[in-house]
Write a protein that binds this ligand. Structure first.
Ligand SMILES: [Zn+2]
Length: 178
């Protein structure tokens, strides 16, 4: 397992900000309400939106505030020929078959997705709602494209640019951007 974590941090994080985030994640020091409550920094461990305990599972996977975002991501990855459900906590923490070279690009994408969820939450006022997550994820993808170049990566970027109205239009992506 440590081999997987090490590979994930050092090979699949495009820059130091994402490496730092991943390090926090693995050491369970991301400031979710559950952790803040444990550290006696907040009164309640629950999510302000859903009333469920805001643990990692809730924060990255289940919270209803991020379902629209996940729908977009899942739809996009499907169009990029990934027949994999990446919306699991195991994928967020360990990555997907991280030691296999063929999944490198996917694991970079997973790290950018989880970093974007984290960043949009931390950036919102009093952490009660998420900033526009899709836009933020797009910014991250554009920013890190400087370091990462891959076909699926570019597809994801293109898709997010075209999905501002929450519509999936695969014909548009396929005919104009490949
Ligand atoms: Zn929630």
């Amino acid at each position: 397992m440590w081999n997987q974590l090490y590979t994930n941090i050092y090979k699949c994080c495009p820059d130091n900000r994402i490496k730092q985030f991943k390090y926090k994640l693995i050491h369970n020091i991301v400031a979710t309400n559950e952790n803040l409550h444990k550290w006696k920094l907040t009164k309640s461990p629950t999510c302000t939106e859903c009333n469920d305990t805001e643990n990692y599972e809730h924060f990255f996977i289940k919270c209803k505030r991020i379902q629209e975002f996940w729908k977009t991501i899942n739809g996009t990855l499907f169009l990029c020929d990934y027949q994999i459900n990446i919306q699991t906590l195991k994928n967020i923490i360990l990555g997907h078959n991280v030691l296999q070279r063929q999944y490198h690009e996917l694991n970079v994408i997973i790290n950018i997705i989880s970093f974007s969820i984290y960043k949009s939450y931390m950036a919102s006022k009093r952490r009660t709602h998420f900033n526009t997550l899709k836009l933020l994820c797009l910014q991250e993808i554009k920013f890190t494209t400087l370091h990462v170049k891959g076909r699926k990566y570019n597809l994801l970027k293109t898709f997010l640019i075209n999905s501002q109205a929450n519509t999936i239009d695969p014909s548009h992506i396929r005919t104009h951007h490949i």
